[in-house]
Structure formats: C-alpha cells, structure tokens
Design a protein around this ligand. Structure first.
Ligand SMILES: *[C@@H]1O[C@H](CO)[C@@H](O)[C@H](O)[C@H]1NC(C)=O
Ligand SMILES: *[C@@H]1O[C@H](CO)[C@@H](O)[C@H](O)[C@H]1NC(C)=O
Ligand SMILES: *[C@@H]1O[C@H](CO)[C@@H](O)[C@H](O)[C@H]1NC(C)=O
Ligand SMILES: [Zn+2]
Length: 420
C-alpha cells in the first residue's frame, strides 16, 4: 500500500517536472524563432577592451573561435544569436589629458580589424539599414560606441573624425568628469560637481551630435545631465547599458521619472546584466534581470526596452547568464512571464532600430547646417599636455613668448650695465 502510494507520488512529481521542462523548452523554441525573425541588438560589449588587456590588441595572436578567457567568442555569439553589437571603444579615465585619443583610435581600429579577420561572422555596420542587411546574411552587425567623453579631448573635430571612422554613439562620460560634463559619481557624493550638468561646450556637443547622427548615450552621467539632454536633443537618446533604479538603487541605473521622459522622447534603455546593477549585490539570478525588463515595461512601456549586457566589461554576471551564449534564456523568461511576440521583438531589436532610424532622420533634416567649429575656451582645458596653437594670447605659446621677452629685457639690461 505504502509502496504504491510512493510510486504514485514519484510518478506525479516526475510528470509535473517533466511538464515544466516541456513548457520551458517551448519558451526557448519560441525565443529562438523570434530571434530568427528580429535581430537581437546589444548596446554594450567590452570585448575590444579585453583584446587590449589580454593581448595588447595583437589580434593575430588571438583566435576568436577558441578564445576561452572572455565572455564573448564566435561560438558563443552564434549560440546566443547575436544579431548586432555595439562594440565598446573604451579606454579608462586614467588616459584623460594623456593618450586617450590615441588609445580610443586603437580600439576603433581593433574592431575594424576584427571584422576583416572574420568576415563570415561580422559585418561592419554604421546604420539601421546595415543592421538589417547583416541580419539577412546571418552575420553579426558590428557597430562602434565610444564610452566616455574623455576620449574626445574636448574636440568637436575629434568627434566628427570618430563619426567618419564609424562611431555611432558616444557615452558622454565614463566614471570621471570631463571639462564639459559631470559623471554619475557626482550623484553618489564621492566627486564634486564641476559643471552642474553640462557646460556650454557640452551643449554645443549635443547639438553637433544631433547634426552628425551620432547617438547620445546617457549611461554613466548624472541625473542633471540626463534631464538637460532630454530637454535639448532633437533625436531620441539611448542608455546603452543601464538598468532600473527602482529595482536596484545604484546611481548607474535609471530612475522612474527619467524612464518616463525616455518614453515621451521615444528613446531606449538597454538593460545591463552586471550583478551590482541588477540586485545591488554580488550575486544575481536570471529572473532578477527579467524583473528589470518587467519594471521598465510597467513604468514606461515596452517601447523603450533593449539589451545592454555589458559582457566583458564586468566581473560578475547572474547565474545562468555567464556569457553571451546565454542571452536567449532571458528571451524565454520574458515569454514565460507573458510577454507577447511583438513585445519581445520590440525589446530584441525593433526599439533600437527605431531610435537609430530617428537619429538618421534628424541628421538628414539638418543636412545643410554648418559644422560647429567654435572650440572649447582654452581656460577650460588648460593642462600641461595641451598646447594652445590657434588660441590667440593663450597658453604655453603665450607664456613662452613672455619668457623670451623677459630674457631679452634682462639681456639688454645686462648689456647696458656692461662697461664698453
Ligand atoms: C541564413 O541562415 C538561414 C537559416 O539557417 C538559412 O536558411 C539562410 O539561407 C541563410 N542565409 C544566408 C544569406 O546565408
Ligand atoms: C509611452 O509613450 C507612448 C507614446 O508617446 C504612449 O502612448 C504610452 O502611453 C507611453 N507609455 C507609458 C507607460 O507611459
Ligand atoms: C545633403 O546635401 C547634399 C549637398 O547639399 C546633397 O548632395 C545630399 O543629397 C543631401 N543628403 C540628404 C540625405 O538630403
Ligand atoms: Zn560602462
């Protein structure tokens, strides 16, 4: 009798767990189907930084088919159905006022070389149209985002040159102030505000980015900067790798009132998977990530959601989301939570395609307006690594000529004193 009961219980448990895994399989099958119809577009991946850190950008010494020391390699990309990636051209804040521009150019170069070395996998891309073309060819569209305004050395000419090299977003700051914008650490109180948001030159940059068709990325800036840019940008903005502040109150995340403004302006928040931003602790689960998707959808609508995993830029990732191959599991989880096919497709890629397309339209509508060539005031960028060529009566050139004048005067005085 007892053994019969145990047998029945055993069968029932076995069947129900079997039914659960069957449902899970169905969600995953559906997820992969949707990902074959709409490209997964991820906003931020730091593989280029790993290439510098681990190989000093010597790509010839790396095989991305077998590389195991990163979250990202070609088999993982294929398994994760990565349709398009904004590769991050990131260099640390320590390079500010030193070799930031060169190092950033080298990160841009390594992305170009990666696409050349693996043409079956990657297609270099700079537009919404390119993304769809790569997707049709079963390749990962490869775009570039520069992470941190320090990479520009406060130069509109450098911004434009980087656009010509294919850069399609600029994160206004990384984790340091620039001479024209405050970074998120100001909101934690650990750094003083230098500009109360954006300086006048910072605002010039926003206008120029709109004119170029360069997306403005508000990950890493203060809430004040977020609001200023939302007030003035003609194109929708992006948060390339940020999550929801209400779920995890970390200053890198986006507060609800900003989420609502992003919806009003048709922008996008691409959810970061870093444990510290997902749960505000060292550990996290896949379902914790899905909670951010649900929250943003509830507060601001499904039209502003995207993926911004931050793979290879972070040290801790949720259980089950350890590398880029695992992203379809998030999609399956959203389906399990009742997201419709259309909602999933919006988050996968349609929202980002809309935002990039809008930025392209703004650019085209501003065709004919002149590039802004008014440089940042010299006093705002004066430092020992910068000369003042072009700035009248400023900087080292000026002080050198003052020195020369003083020397001449001293020499003349000496000559006058010397008995002839
Ligand atoms: C892309 O992959 C799909 C599914 O495997 C296949 O049917 C299609 O022919 C491929 N397209 C190209 C251009 O290789
Ligand atoms: C988001 O914006 C759209 C379009 O402006 C609007 O229809 C919708 O109600 C907004 N959603 C939320 C949740 O505020
Ligand atoms: C922009 O202007 C140039 C020259 O005036 C013209 O050749 C080009 O077709 C325009 N592009 C768009 C997208 O309107
Ligand atoms: Zn970042």
């Amino acid at each position: 009798m007892l053994s019969k009961f145990i047998l029945a219980l055993y069968l029932a448990l076995g069947l129900s767990s079997c039914a659960a895994s069957l449902a899970e399989d169905q969600h995953m099958t559906r997820a992969l189907q949707l990902m074959s119809e709409t490209p997964l577009i991820d906003g931020h991946n730091d593989l280029p930084w790993q290439l510098r850190k681990q190989f000093n950008n010597e790509l010839n010494k790396v095989d991305l088919n077998t590389l195991e020391t990163t979250h990202t390699n070609i088999p993982k990309i294929k398994e994760g159905r990565l349709g398009a990636q904004f590769w991050s051209a990131y260099v640390p804040c320590e390079t500010q006022y030193k070799d930031a521009v060169r190092q950033t150019l080298e990160q841009i170069d390594v992305v170009h070389r990666m696409c050349q070395k693996y043409p079956e996998t990657f297609m270099f891309a700079t537009s919404s149209q390119d993304i769809m073309e790569a997707f049709r060819m079963n390749k990962t569209a490869s775009l570039i985002g520069v992470e941190g305004g320090h990479s520009l050395d406060s130069s509109l000419g450098t911004l434009r040159t980087m656009y010509h090299l294919g850069v399609r977003y600029l994160t206004l700051t990384h984790s340091c102030n620039t001479p024209w914008a405050d970074n998120w650490l100001v909101d934690t109180g650990s750094e003083p505000s230098q500009h109360n948001g954006l300086s006048p030159f910072g605002k010039q940059l926003i206008v120029e980015m709109n004119r170029l068709g360069m997306l403005i990325d508000l990950a890493h800036v203060t809430v004040k900067v977020m609001n200023q840019v939302l007030d003035m940008s003609k194109a929708p903005v992006i948060f390339s790798h940020s999550s929801a502040y209400s779920i995890c109150p970390h200053k890198r995340n986006v507060p609800d009132d900003i989420l609502k403004r992003v919806n009003e302006t048709r922008g996008i928040v691409m959810v970061n998977f870093y444990n510290d931003y997902v749960t505000c602790s060292k550990t996290a689960k896949l379902s914790d990530v899905a909670d951010h998707f649900d929250h943003i959808k509830k507060v601001a609508g499904v039209g502003i959601i995207g993926f911004g995993g931050d793979y290879d830029g972070v040290t801790r990732l949720p259980e089950g989301l350890e590398d880029v191959s695992k992203v379809p599991k998030v999609v399956a989880e959203l389906l399990k939570r009742g997201w419709t096919d259309e909602e999933v497709k919006a988050a996968l890629g349609k929202n980002l395609l809309r935002v990039l397309g809008e930025a392209e339209k703004v650019r085209d509508s501003l065709n004919g307006t002149n590039p802004d060539d008014v440089p940042i005031p010299y006093e705002e960028v004066k430092n020992t690594c910068r000369t003042s060529y072009g700035y009248p009566n400023a900087g080292p050139a000026h002080s050198l000529s003052t020195l020369a004048l003083l020397l001449t005067l001293a020499l003349q005085a000496l000559i006058a004193l010397t008995p002839s």
